[in-house]
Structures are given as C-alpha cells and as structure tokens.
Design a binder for this molecule. Structure first.
Ligand SMILES: O=C(CO)[C@@H](O)[C@H](O)COP(=O)(O)O
Length: 224
C-alpha cells in the first residue's frame, strides 16, 4: 500500500484566519488540505466555494487541495475549482445525472477525480468507472457537519472496497471521512483506508502537531 496521508478537514478550522490556520496544520505535518464544499441543497449546511480555494493558493498554500463537493449539481463547479487551484475533486454519485461525464470533466480539467459514497450508498455505483478514479472516499458519517461519531459499519465497507481496488489493479486512494480520531485511526487503516480526513480531532486541539504525531504513531503500528 502507498504511504498513509493525513488530510485535515478545514470545516473545523478558524475561518476568520483560514490561511494562517491551514499553514499551521501543514507545518504540523499534515499532507493534504481537505476542502469541504456544501450547498445547503445536497447537504443541510453551507460553506465555501472556489474563491476561498483561490484565496488559499494566493496566500501561498502549495500542498494538494482535496475538494469534496457536497453539492448538486456538480458539473458547473468543476472548471471553477480547477481554475481556483484544486488538486483533487470528489463528488457524490447521487448528485450528478451523468457519473461518467462528471468524472471525465474533472480529468479534463487537470485534477484527480474521486467518488464519495455515503454510509448508505451501495458499492455498485463503482462498477464501470474504476478506471477513471484516483480516489474513493467512504463517508463514515452522513455528510453535512463535522464532529459526528464514526459509523462502525464503515469498517466492513472499507474492507470490501480495499479488495475491489486491489483486485482492479488500478492506482486508487481509499479515503475515509468522518469521526476519524487518534483512538480509531489504526483500526480504520487496518480495514484498508490509506487517506484519513479528520476535522474536529485536529482543529479542536491546541497543538496540531501533537495530534498529527499521535495519528502517525498509531498508523505506524499498522504499517509494521
Ligand atoms: O465532509 C465532512 C462532513 O460532511 C467531513 O469532512 C467532516 O468535516 C469531518 O469532520 P470530523 O468528523 O473529522 O470532525
């Protein structure tokens, strides 16, 4: 498996000083910035759009920005986020009429592409598009809010998707998002995840480096 990546969700960051807070979490050892886009339509919350992504790039953020679209429809936002500096764009299959077309749009825009499966979304939506995926994100909470508890059935779903990826032979990251904490990250990794989105577990702590180091120590026990 590829090296584990830690992707703090900026949903729990300090929006009044977002650039500084993102810099702080990257300097503390995070790998990727996870950027949650909510439209108060696909999910019952409203957050940030391409202007904020561009603002982070203009501020000097060079790490990958992983844009998780919780919006419906998705297609019109894809070129906007690509221009704004997104590295990865993921979306939910229920949010587009044309899954394959939306994935192609992301690829043509120069970004990596991914699908996000809610806890109740069946795996068959992955059929026929595995060759277009760079990331599969399994939500371990229902999307819309930070600070929820990890849904335990995600572990068996992770094992199934890990097998699908390994059997496919494609180079696809398996990301997990929701309720990821120091005390469950090892179990989640052992089930097959290799990219961990964590919001409140990191941003609600006074020292981001302490919690990221603790997560890495837990992950090291799985790698060993
Ligand atoms: O996409 C979402 C929620 O919809 C997540 O990225 C959350 O922001 C994760 O927050 P924590 O559960 O880690 O606090």
């Amino acid at each position: 498996m590829r090296p584990f990546l830690i992707a703090p969700s900026i949903l729990s960051a300090d929006f009044a000083r977002l650039g500084e807070d993102v810099d702080a979490v990257l300097n503390a050892g995070a790998d990727v910035v996870h950027f949650d886009v909510m439209d108060n339509h696909y999910v019952p919350n409203l957050t940030i759009g391409p202007m904020v992504c561009k603002a982070l790039r203009d501020y000097g953020v060079t790490a990958d920005i992983d844009v998780h679209l919780m919006v419906k429809p998705v297609d019109s936002l894809i070129p906007d986020f690509a221009k704004a500096g997104a590295s990865i764009i993921t979306f939910h299959p229920e949010a587009t009429e044309h899954l394959d077309r939306s994935l192609q749009l992301i690829k043509e825009s120069g970004c990596k592409a991914g699908l996000v499966l809610n806890p109740g979304t069946p795996l068959h939506c992955l059929d026929h598009v595995m060759d277009k995926l760079d990331v599969i994100l399994l939500m371990s909470v229902n999307p819309g809010f930070g600070g929820q508890s990890f849904i335990p059935s995600t572990l068996s779903k992770l094992r199934q998707v890990r097998k699908l990826i390994d059997d496919s032979g494609y180079d696809i990251r398996l990301q997990v998002d929701g309720g990821v904490k120091v005390d469950n990250i090892a179990e989640i990794a052992a089930a097959g995840a290799d990219m961990f989105v964590a919001g409140s577990a990191i941003f609600n702590q006074p020292d981001y480096k302490v919690v990221i180091d603790q997560m890495r120590a837990e992950l090291a026990s799985v790698e060993a």
